[in-house]
Ligand binder design. Structure first.
Ligand code: GLP
Length: 240
């Protein structure tokens, strides 16, 4: 496992974006696993800037980690809308090469199976991850058991409270989500987890030097042969 610490969040996001850029330039048909959340916004801003300076996305496929259940893709709080606002609307990524789980369907089982088919057909070259303050990755919440494949999850109170800042009120945060599972995440050839800010310091510590356990889903990343934690000093403050 590689750990890179930058003086500030700007440097950490820029470095993360350059890792994505390198993958896009090196491979003829790269598949990116993408994440949402506030931490990722500056990464997408950098990628959009790179695009304006010539980086092309026309050969890229993207597969997002997760989506809230019950929000239409047009809902401004959905991760579909997040991705359009911060990334998709500003780059030349083909429309039919962007995948995000569907959280607005009445057949969630079929939606999960369909997403696993997509993942099987498009092995991920570079998986971007954020981390929840409780150590979740994607929406794989701390639990006694973790699921390998795409599944429906009940969000924890912690996560609902944390993500309420993106909604008008806490009561508006959906209580369920559809997320890629741990096996699918760990199947990516390379994983880059970006964490910034002191609120993530404990989760980062437990993920990197804690025991591997399902109550800290990010600790399972220790099992992956090519994972990089990209941190600012605040997120790294509890590391030895
Ligand atoms: C959500 C997403 C995660 C993300 C987390 C952290 O819960 N499902 O993929 O890592 O938020 O978000 P933030 O970067 O806003 O702290």
């Amino acid at each position: 496992m590689e750990v890179r610490v930058f003086p500030d969040a700007y440097g950490a996001a820029l470095y993360t974006a350059t890792l994505v850029e390198t993958t896009i330039r090196q491979l003829s048909s790269p598949v990116l696993g993408l994440a949402t959340g506030g931490t990722m916004i500056p990464v997408y801003q950098h990628l959009v800037q790179f695009h304006r300076r010539g980086l092309r996305f026309e050969h890229v496929t993207t597969i997002n980690l997760d989506e809230y259940i019950g929000l239409e893709p047009t809902d401004r709080h959905s991760y579909h809308a997040f991705m359009r606002e911060h990334f998709f609307d500003h780059v030349d990524l083909p429309l039919d090469c962007r995948y995000i789980p569907s959280g607005a369907t009445c057949d969630l089982t079929a939606a999960c199976q369909a997403y696993d088919e997509i993942l099987r057909a498009h092995p991920i070259d570079l998986q971007l991850l954020g981390i929840g303050v409780n150590g979740h990755i994607g929406f794989n919440e701390p639990a006694d058991h973790l699921k390998p494949h795409t599944h429906v999850v009940e969000l924890t109170e912690d996560t609902i409270r944390q993500n309420a800042r993106f909604f008008d009120a806490e009561e508006r945060v959906p209580t369920r989500a559809i997320t890629m599972g741990l096996q699918s995440i760990l199947f990516a050839k390379r994983i880059v987890l970006l964490a910034v800010g002191a609120s993530k310091a404990q989760a980062v510590r437990e993920a990197i030097i804690g025991d591997i356990r399902t109550t800290v889903p990010a600790s399972l990343l220790q099992l992956h042969p090519q994972v990089t934690f990209v941190l600012d000093e605040a997120a790294a403050q509890q590391l030895p």
